[in-house]
Ligand binder design. Structure first.
Ligand code: G4P
Length: 528
């Protein structure tokens, strides 16, 4: 019998969403530790700066101390194969994050126990909601002074309009943090501050009235735990698998990633409840993951991972079928066949040639620019996955060169970055200055640094007088022509040749929209 249905059943492909500093990096490391994907010594104990230096690719990231490129980590735990897709936490890279979230089936939302829901948590959550991505919440840093757990749960419920139900309940916080009571498996898990890397399995209890609790915990904490749990059970709905999977309920786990506490419960929660790869919507039909033929889409392209080779890795999310090395896949945008011999699986810090891969897995396909974000590959069938968008950039600037002789090289670099999704490039129909668009200002800095490091070109970004960009669509060719004729100086093409209207201010954009009601000024564009 084919292994495919079982492999699909065992896959958990997820991302961690968090406001910067909530503990995403630390939690990622601890998850990998449980999965045996990294050794405990060194990797876990390294201080923040070293840790970041190791996991990040780019110099700019090291300088800034933030993680800006998404990567993928594959590991096994509790008879499941997990694919953890890392997302950049910084808000300037939200477009990349958005696309990454199109490639996962569920998410873990990390919240700092002292701060609760923060700006970036809310934004990322909204993206998950758009796609009904189910969320497990991890309240981190319980070993520090924390807000009241009822308060935190209430905030999640009110702020995110999401039903909450605790999967575990904390006993104390800050220096008095003792551990958690696992409400799902009726088990007491105590924090052993000396133990370091791996938390204990927990002590099996016969419910909350078990006298073992009185032996192990101070009387006031046991009393409070019993009282809290009684109240929780009265106030919160019980965990409901279906409501969670529909994205309407979130189980909440409390822990302390740095102490490796609560991580096992979180992983077991993912193993037990998070959805396996879901059916995916293509333009012509819904594709079931158990279908034997390979289909999938590219959600990210990373160029120049090795500065000595101008190669790129396309991150390909498998949606159906059993991928075998050497399989020939049809590239839907060009119609050409591609023999995929050298794809890689991302095993935590290593990469390994992908011999086999299953739905939910993410493989890296090296290429020289053939594969772009949003591309569909199939084992022959004509279908396209939709829903991997480009967003209208919020900041537009012109590039200024120190050495004008390098203009041709610069343009090539800008096109590469646009194909990679790191920025967008617009070529005005009139005039020679290309306009670069990004979502957050930090992206300009990263771009300038990459143009220097990867192409040896010194460039600066400066104001270009444009304030917004909109893709133009119109079903009436006569109206379109009239618009194009009278707005030529405000029009440009993106790197795919799609028409874009560049407005100098909100007034000009409004005016154009009022004058041409038949034209759609789009803030997003489906890739390809
Ligand atoms: P991020 O990726 O979400 O930005 O967060 P990251 O894991 O880098 O954690 C941010 C800071 O919070 C780090 O401190 C980290 O050590 C700390 N931290 C993470 N989890 C916990 C926890 O459970 N308890 C406590 N008390 N702290 C936690 P840092 O000072 O920036 O780095 P470091 O030098 O301490 O490593």
């Amino acid at each position: 019998m084919s292994a495919l249905p079982q492999e699909v059943h065992n896959r958990r492909t997820f991302a961690i969403i968090a406001h910067p500093d909530a503990g995403k990096t630390t939690l990622t490391e601890k998850l990998l530790l449980f999965g045996g994907a990294i050794q405990m010594a060194g990797a876990v104990k390294a201080r923040g700066e070293q840790r970041r230096a190791r996991s990040d690719w780019m110099k700019v990231e090291r300088e800034r101390g933030i993680s800006v490129t998404a990567s993928v980590m594959n590991f096994d735990y509790a008879d499941r194969t997990f694919n953890l897709v890392d997302t950049p936490g910084h808000e300037d890279f939200s477009e990349d994050t958005y696309r990454t979230l199109t490639a996962v089936d569920s998410a873990v939302m990390v919240i700092d126990a002292a701060k609760g829901i923060e700006a970036q948590t809310r934004k990322l959550f909204e993206v998950c909601r758009l796609r009904n991505v189910p969320i497990i919440t991890f309240v981190n840093k319980m070993d520090r002074e924390a807000r009241d757990p009822f308060d935190l749960m209430d905030e999640v419920e009110r702020d995110l309009q999401l039903e909450v139900t605790p999967g575990s309940w904390p006993i104390g916080s800050g220096p008095d943090f003792r551990g958690c009571y696992d409400l799902i498996r009726d088990r007491l898990v105590l924090l052993d501050r000396r133990q370091g890397d791996i938390a204990s399995e927990g002590i099996q209890c016969d419910g909350l009235d078990d006298p073992k609790l009185d032996e192990l915990l101070p009387a006031d904490q046991v009393a409070k735990l019993r009282e809290d749990v009684a109240m929780v059970r009265e106030l919160c709905p019980p965990f409901d698998l279906e409501t969670y999977r529909e994205g309407h309920q979130t189980p909440v786990f409390f822990g302390s990633a740095i102490n490796n506490f609560g991580v096992r419960e979180l992983l077991l929660g993912l193993a037990a409840y998070a959805p396996s790869p879901r059916p995916q919507q293509a333009d012509s039909r819904t594709v079931q993951p158990e279908e034997p033929k390979v289909t999938g889409f590219v959600f990210k392209v990373q160029a120049n991972m090795d500065p000595n080779h101008r190669d790129r890795i396309a991150f390909f999310r498998l949606c159906s079928g059993h991928f075998r090395r050497g399989v020939k896949l049809k590239h839907m945008r060009s119609g050409k066949l591609l023999a995929v011999n050298n794809a890689v699986l991302f095993l935590a810090r290593d990469r390994e040639l992908a011999e086999d891969a299953y739905p939910g897995d993410i493989i890296g396909i090296p290429n020289h620019g053939t594969l772009r974000i949003g591309d569909t590959l199939t084992e022959g069938e004509d279908l396209r996955y939709t829903g991997v968008p480009s967003f209208a950039p919020e900041l537009l600037q012109r590039v200024k060169l120190d050495d004008p002789m390098k203009m041709k090289h610069l343009r090539k670099a800008l096109e590469h970055f646009a194909e990679e999704g790191a920025s967008q490039v617009f070529k005005p129909l009139i005039g020679a200055d290309w306009v670069v668009g990004v979502v957050g200002p930090l992206q300009f800095e990263v771009l300038a640094a990459r143009i220097d490091a990867e192409y040896d070109i010194k460039a600066k970004f400066e104001s270009c007088g444009y304030d917004s960009a909109r893709w133009i669509e119109c079903d009436d060719p006569v109206v379109l022509k009239s618009f194009l004729d009278s707005n030529r100086s405000a029009l440009a093409e993106d790197h795919d040749g799609a028409l874009v209207f560049l407005a100098r201010n909100g007034w000009q954009l409004n005016r154009a929209q009022e004058d041409y009601p038949k034209i759609r000024f789009q803030k997003t564009r489906e890739q390809n």
